[in-house]
Design a binder for this molecule. Sequence first.
Ligand code: XMP
Length: 529
Amino acid sequence: TILVLDFGSQYSHLITRRLRELNVYSEMLPCTQKLSELGWTPKGVILSGGPYSVYWPDAPHVDPEVFKLDIPILGICYGLQEIAWNHDNTNVLAGEKREYGHAYLKVERHGDASTGGHVNALFKDLEDDMEVWMSHGDKLSHIPEGFVTVATTDNAPFAGIAHREKKLYGIQFHPEVTHTPKGKLLLKNFAVDICQAKTNWTMSKFVDQEIARIRALVGEKGQVIGAVSGGVDSTVAAKLMQEAIGDRFHAVLVDNGVLRLNEAQIVKETLTKGLGINLTVVDASERFLGRLKGITDDPEKKRKVIGNTFIEVFQEEAKKIAAAAHNSEHAGEIEWLLQGTLYPDVIESISFKGPSATIKTHHNVGGLPATMSLKLIEPLRELFKDEVRELGTNLGIPEDLVWRHPFPGPGIAIRILGEVTPEQVRIAREADHIFIEEIKAAGLYRKISQAFAALLPVKAVGVMGDKRVHDQVIALRAVETTDFMTADWYPFDGEFLKKVSRRIVNEVNGVCRVVYDVTSKPPGTIEME
Ligand code: XMP
């Protein structure tokens, strides 16, 4: 395992990501991590970039024990400065010129015996000139004692340094971003050659390990409860639990009345018949719709009402399941709650986000109250989204579920602008169903990151047959994005939109117009509320 210590750079998680792509297992922890509390010994350590200057009085620093371990260390950007500062704290100067963007790196090789072969090891198999991505203000003013320069740029005379004797390396640029095209090879040189980390991290190995871990954690009799939504994360987590402990895992789907068309039914079929998961579907749609009544122009209130009602319904169901489980042959208590937390959520909650190392507690969607006093089990907490998809495929989950678009917890309630009534739900659902069906038929579903139909709370005039009608307006939204933080609307061709619009107006009672939302994020958000 390679330990990545995070100083808060926006790229830190990409380091872990790249290492896993190389089949090297890696874990990221805050830079303040005490080695004595780690419980395992890393094969190597990478110090990430960060937004601070090492000479600031309140700048974060690694546990000095890191430098006493006899293992290779690679410092990236702030990490480089941290290594230099640790060896000689007069080394870092604020750069007169900040440097952001592309730069050309010249690699310097050291062939003579006095420096030893390992100083060249980071740039093994790389060209002497390489394109790199820079993002820094500080740079080294001189090289610390014991180090040699292994790379330079026009603006940074010490863009890469290596220790003459120890396996200590520092680079000013970011190898983890795709703008450094050969960066992954550099990380491979570090992790595989220099640290000798094993390259045996694969998904099927992960499945075996995780199943064994879950069994050991839960024990012979322990039982686990967890909510499923029909989305990929909760389904994959549920399937993994089912593989590990069978029917001692209890999945609950709460039908909140604002799911997609026929969703509860479809999820039930897929999870129970298809995947053998022990699932209870609770139809609470009336309770939810009752509480949503009269909320006309406050999207946050919709979210709160749905969130709170969800917790209430889930808790009631958990009590019932616990009572039944207690009397069953397993006779164990339900002690565990499954959550489909992913690695990006974990990173966000442990990330080092300020000189005082604030650690946010993570609250997953539909986070359940402490009063349930269940212990959390989070089998996906080491995985990125695409790894979850790979895992899902590995576990035999159908392709169309594995590649499903995300769907918000508050469901189509936040896609019905204005009051949520059963009639509005019907219209929004039917229109959405047609839109998604056509996107799939056109082979665009995977290309688009998220798509849906929203219902606007206004009426427009139209003619249908010979009659003048005064009906509602559907707004279609489809976006492409990689991180859901920024997004662009999808450029459908006119024929496609024509077809969808014709079908919606013809097939969905109560709609006489269809419009397409051409707002990117920002300034828009993906959802309309
Ligand atoms: P926005 O609208 O913020 O959406 O651009 C970004 C992503 O988050 C989803 N989203 C939600 N998911 N509960 C959820 O579980 C919510 O309240 C919620 N609001 C937005 C949205 O669907 C998109 O994928």
